[in-house]
Design a protein around this ligand. Structure first.
Ligand SMILES: Cc1cc2nc3c(=O)[nH]c(=O)nc-3n(C[C@H](O)[C@H](O)[C@H](O)COP(=O)(O)O)c2cc1C
Length: 190
């Protein structure tokens, strides 16, 4: 059994919906177990993320998918606090060779979301992980990867009713990333 953990922060719920879609895609792959982990601001004490149980869940995972809204052109501070707490994993190489990927939501079609995905990529590379991108072409009638990002999933909240955003196309894109990551987690399982 391969374990795929999705670790994300969401302030107003849009990233949660995308995270659930990513989890659905990952869980659709045979032989895969998923953990959906929300980063809680309550775990940030004096600016530092402190939740050893969450870090241990990721220690035990074969793949990790990072998610955050784009805030001011980058990941939310709550996600960055979690990322900073992985310094010990960098030092020991504990997350080396785990599969990694990422997703983000913002209001604008661009909204500088690429900076957030590239931050996730840099974090994964510092930790020695194996990055999985999104090769879906945007020329399809389902709106899959309509924002044309190949580094990870971009979803847009701003053009929709906030109660339903992100839209079905963006959630389907998230599902496909989850499925792809889970497929590689099974293939590369130690
Ligand atoms: C502090 C803050 C900064 C934001 N910065 C951006 C931004 O740089 N680009 C953008 O398109 N949207 C930006 N937004 C909009 C959010 O990315 C958008 O509302 C997103 O859907 C929030 O996700 P959530 O519901 O998971 O918290 C910002 C929102 C907040 C609260």
């Amino acid at each position: 059994m391969a374990t795929v953990s999705i670790i994300y922060f969401s302030g107003t719920g849009h990233t949660t919906k995308l995270a659930e879609a990513v989890q659905k895609g990952a869980a659709s792959v045979a032989g895969v177990k998923t953990n959906l982990i929300a980063i809680s601001g309550d775990d940030i004490i004096k600016g530092r993320y402190q939740n050893d149980a969450v870090l241990a869940q990721i220690d035990a995972s074969d793949a990790v998918i990072f998610g955050s809204p784009t805030y001011m052109g980058g990941p939310a501070a709550q996600f960055k606090a979690f990322a900073d707490a992985t310094g010990g994993k960098w030092y020991t190489g504990a997350w080396r060779d785990k599969v990694a990927a990422g997703f983000t939501v913002s209001n604008g079609p661009s909204g500088d979301k690429l900076s957030t995905l590239h931050y996730f990529f840099t974090l994964a590379m510092q930790l020695g992980m194996i990055w999985i991108g999104l090769p879906e072409l945007p020329m399809n009638d389902k709106g899959i990867n309509r924002l044309s990002s190949y580094s990870g999933v971009m979803a847009q909240a701003g053009q929709e009713d906030p109660a339903v955003a992100p839209n079905a196309a963006d959630k389907l894109t998230g599902e496909l990333l989850g499925q792809r990551v889970a497929t590689y987690a099974v293939k590369l399982q130690k």
